[in-house]
Design a protein around this ligand. Sequence first.
Ligand code: ADP
Length: 706
Amino acid sequence: MSRKFIQAFIILFIASLLLIGCTYSDIIVLDSPKAVDGVLDLRDWDWKENGIVHLNGQWEFYWQELFTPEDFKKDFPTEGKELVVLPRAWNKLLINEEELTGNGFATYRLIVHHPDNEILGIKIPRIFTSYNLWANGELIASAGKVSVDNKQMVPQYLPQVKYIRPEMDVVELVIQVANYRHRSGGILESIQMGLASEITEVRIRNLTLELFLFGSLFIIGFYHLVLFLFRTKDKTTLYFGIYSIIIGIRTLLIGEIYFIYLFPNFNWEVAHKIQTLAYYLSVPLVLLFLRAAFPHDVSRKANTFIQIIASSFGVLVLLAPVRIFTPFNPFYQVFSLGVFVYVFYVVAVTCYKKREGAYLIGIGLTILILTAVNDIIFLSTLLADTDNHFLRSIITRGNLSSRGLLVFVFTQSLVVAKKFSKSFTNVELLSEQLQQVNVTLEDKVRERTHALETSKEELKKAYEAVSRSEKSLQSLTQNISHDLRTPLSAIKGYVNAILDGIVKEPQQQNKYLKRVIEKVNHLNHMVQELLDLSQLQSRQLKLEFTEIPVKILLENLTEKYKLDMANQKVQFKVHYPPNWQSNTSELMTLSVIVDMEKLERVFTNLLTNALKHTSNEGIIQLSFNFTANKKNLLIKISDTGTGIPQEDLPHIFDRFYMVSKARQTNSSGLGLTIVKEIVEYHGGEVWVQSEVGKGSDFFFILPVHS
Ligand code: ADP
């Protein structure tokens, strides 16, 4: 909000500088003396203090006469003498009860009395449309060719500054004017008189300002056209560019009309056409610009209507001579005012809807339009054809719109700058986002590559596992057939021996049959183990889990195995966790979820293995402990037996794996596999440490719940 306020303040400040700064000299005009009865008395006028005088008031006027100062010396032309208040066109003046049109010729005369014989300057505006000017009998200025004949007369707009010789304290000004080309004829703007230095200064100041305006507008216009070429999507820059350039050109054709000094013989008609066209085109261009800036707020119908009317007037200016099209000018001026009202309406709507840049464009356009209205009134018949003092005191110059446009240019460049900086910010933001996306993309690619690599590795492992299991399936079948065939062929041998009568004695036969039973039992055991294992591995065998406090579990187990091991020849020791006796309550709160029957099988298998491989003097120990934070119950079964060779350690939990190549009796190579399966089914792990000749330590853990 405050930023907008500051912007508005700066714009208004610059606008006032441009507008007021250029018009201050005109304010003095208001109370400068007026000519009465063809005489302007400036004897009390202090040139130095009071400045320049506009030679306004009653001038002598001789209609359809071209007098020279010589003629007035003879005291001749008193007859046709009229008085006319300048500045104004002679249109609509009543001479001999006849209303004048713009066409015709006349002589103006004014006597100026002034205080002393200072060097005076006279600033002559454009006069419609040709003149000769004498000061004290000397022809000092002329423009075009004055003639009574329509065809001989040559129009020219030539504002100029001339100097009057300081001979006397009176100046007689005689001006012949002829016009057949413009709607208005005569002296439409004030002739100014003052000290030569001051008059020159005004001229130079005006010229400087106009050239500055022309240069600024031209360059800004060109810049916007180039902007448009780079970004044809945004049409505001196109319309704004054209607008600035044509108003820039117009600046050279009005006011001091610097153009005529660049091209002294330039055709008056063509110059007039260019100047009028510049004005005519500027009106629809404002609307086109608005439409491009706020497409939703300018009605299509209104736009089309305005474009059609403006183009028709434009065509008229292009095709018809000045004499024909200038009478239509008032209509176009009324039309322009209508368009400006519509523009004000659109500006109000866009500000109300808070469109982007609406405030800035609104301020710029308002100032531009106010200055344009000033120019329109200045050039209108309202001022030209009357001696309306009130309006003349407000509207003193006809080229304010160029200055108004400069303000508009300023606000528009703010809008463009804002747009650009916004785009830049967007681009920066986007590229930042893009960079982020890039970074995350890289991370993602890395992640995915990693995942791909691991899955590749997993695939490799899976492949290895599959090929291993295929191999193990092969060996399984081989082992099963081997392990089944050995006892079966033994049984067959024993039975055949009895049947064939090789063993005849009943005692011998009895011994053989006992061996048969042994083998059958072993077979039975093996088949049972195989069945259990396959069910465990395929998780078909459902375990019956119950939650048991660790303390109870330990008590039950030790009680059972102490009893079982008591009959063996080896020493059996049990080790409990530290503080087993004292901290009973804590142990009661910890529990394990186990299938007791299957867990006992684990213990039995491990203890049986230990017994099998330990000599009579050996020691078998059962130890219980907790892992860190009491997460798991750690069980260790160690023996001082044969130990297991290092190369066999990784395989002893595999199916049918036996350490010694020679198959042991009552061995299946399935016991440890079943142990592993049951422990893992409980969420635990099993592992072994062993050294040949020293013994083996089998460990397994069970998760503890609290
Ligand atoms: P088995 O039913 O033949 O004992 P296991 O799977 O229980 O099969 O054991 C696999 C192999 O591990 C056996 O061949 C045995 O030689 C070896 N083994 C198991 N426990 C011990 C131990 N406590 N000491 C030495 N060797 C052992």
